[in-house]
Design a protein around this ligand. Structure first.
Ligand code: SAM
Ligand code: SF4
Length: 494
């Protein structure tokens, strides 16, 4: 157990997230009075004190009554991250000091330093936007945010690659996300909205109709704005019958004008949903970018994680899609799947290299609370931090050999070994939508159960999130309310 006592500040959320990085599975409790715990527990005291001239931060860590480490930052104004917001500096100071203390007590690798958010590149975009030179950005990342050199370089490289695309984005346009919360079956590790299509099949037609209704209403709300990119994701959009997906795509074109859409992705995903008819329908609708996701090319693991398809199904689906003429195919894999090590990752990458897709997204396994894996964790052996690092490095080398470069990135909570997810692309084949959703620089309107709209205000450089309900039946019953929720914010866009 870890008890935490905060004095002089209330950065409870940030402190909690940082402690979890060091102590993944230990319970954390915030207490209102400083009380020493039992000998097995830790007490972390984080104190912020002000004099007339200076603000200082002290972290003390006790095991039982014994002080085992303390760290002091005498004057937080010396933290130079080119930031005027005092609250942000104070938050960083508290995190730095706790980081210093915990890194001594539990010396695991913490590649992302004090960063606990899911978008590390945002900091780099802010710094570059303030005219800070690349070398100094790198210094700030390693010295103040305490990133390992390799992660600082990766973040900077990705931010610079994104910048080229972001600089050309029209912030007055919007992108559309359509959520299809159905899957053939639920994979062991997954916590996304994924209603088994067999169980909820009778709702599929009603869901399709409500979704189309929402799409047309969105058009009415956004009548003066032009669409930019479209992403149909899930779940597994191709779990729908082809005629339903066809209807959805045609209605998107009808509502927003096909000629305005510069990129249209359909996340096909599971090979067991990818038939020739489905691919022909997508191709006839001019969809140029799809995903065919192996996760792994090892048959044993595919069975273990409940994917319901073989490696050969992946190869067949990929070749079929290429023969039909899809320009960009993305493949998702997960590093750190149960019972997998470097050999399995090499085998997976060898097979992917033969297929030679345009995009590859490498996820690091995250143990999600709402997944079946979390419930049955004791039944599986998961990998150590060093092995994950080795496996990620294998994927990077293969990506390089396929002439791909890292072009977007995000982190997740409960990610194994504190690593990250990276999207690789061949030059000129990047998914613009993926960058937009990560960097939050354009309004993204979401339709469907579980979709989260993000309204972007360029002048203030901030977003407002407007979620749709997640439950299928709730969505069907309350679609009108979902539209009204969005209307309130869309009206505030100039
Ligand atoms: C929203 S899912 C949809 C993909 C599609 N339904 C499929 O399974 O092929 C997008 C990707 O997230 C990744 N993913 C899902 N759960 C994950 C987890 N717990 N840890 C790491 N990656 C995960 C998988 O690589 C998956 O392809
Ligand atoms: S990984 Fe894909 S197919 Fe599997 S449950 Fe999640 S969304 Fe569905």
């Amino acid at each position: 157990m870890i008890f935490v006592y905060l004095r002089g500040h209330d950065f409870r959320y940030e402190v909690n997230e940082l402690i979890k990085v060091f102590y993944f599975d230990t319970a954390i409790e915030f207490i209102e009075n400083k009380v020493f715990p039992d000998e097995k527990s830790l007490l972390i005291v984080s104190d912020m004190a002000s004099t007339t001239n200076e603000v200082s931060v002290i972290t003390e860590v006790f095991r039982g009554k014994k002080l085992i480490f303390s760290d002091t930052i005498e004057d937080i104004t010396k933290i130079d991250v080119k930031e005027n917001n005092k609250n942000k500096i104070a938050k960083l100071a508290v995190k730095q000091s706790i980081f210093n203390a915990l890194a001594k007590i539990n010396p695991i690798k913490v590649p992302w330093g004090v960063l606990t958010g899911i978008r590390p590149t945002k900091i780099v975009h802010d710094l570059l936007g303030k005219g800070i030179e690349e070398k100094q950005v790198n210094n700030i990342l390693t010295k103040e945010y305490k990133l390992h050199e390799s992660k600082a370089n990766l973040t900077l490289d990705i931010a610079l690659a994104e910048k080229e695309i972001l600089d050309k984005v029209d912030y007055n346009k919007f992108s559309l996300y359509v959520n299809i919360p159905f899957c053939p079956t639920r994979c062991l590790y997954c916590s996304f909205l994924s209603n088994p299509i067999d169980k909820y099949g009778d709702l599929v037609d009603t869901y399709t109709d409500k979704l189309i209704y929402e799409i047309h209403k969105i058009k009415v709300l956004l009548k003066d704005k032009t669409i930019d990119t479209v992403y149909i994701g899930g779940g597994t959009p191709t779990a729908l019958p082809a005629k339903n997906l066809d209807k959805i795509i045609k209605n998107i074109y009808e509502a927003f004008g096909k000629e305005h859409i510069r990129e249209f992705t359909v996340e096909a995903g599971r090979p067991d949903t990818i038939t020739k008819d489905m691919l022909l329908m997508l191709h006839q609708n001019d969809i140029k970018r799809i995903s065919i996701n192996p996760q792994t090319m090892c048959e044993k693991t595919l069975f273990l994680i409940g994917r319901n398809h073989t490696p050969q199904d992946i190869i067949d689906a990929f070749q079929l899609a290429k023969n039909i003429g899809f320009e960009i195919i993305n493949m998702d894999i997960i590093v750190g799947l149960p019972e997998e090590g470097p050999e399995e990752v090499k085998a997976t990458m060898n097979e992917i290299m033969k297929l030679n897709p345009e995009n590859l997204t490498v996820h690091t396994m995250a143990i999600k609370r709402a997944s079946k894996l979390k419930e049955s964790l004791d039944d599986y052996s998961l990998t150590t931090q060093n092995t994950i690092e080795e496996m990620l490095s294998i994927t990077r080398s293969y990506a390089e050999n396929m002439s791909m470069y890292p072009y977007y990135m995000y982190r997740q909570k409960q990610i194994l070994g504190n690593f990250e997810n990276v999207g690789f692309s061949k030059q000129g084949k990047e998914c613009i939508y993926n960058i937009l959703i990560m960097e939050e620089k354009q309004t993204i309107i979401a339709a469907g159960a579980g979709g989260i709209t993000k309204i972007y205000y360029p002048k203030e450089n901030r977003i407002e999130r407007v979620p749709n309900v997640k439950d299928l039946k709730e969505y069907i019953d309350r679609v009108e309310e979902m539209i009204q929720r969005k209307e309130k914010y869309i009206k505030t866009l100039t």
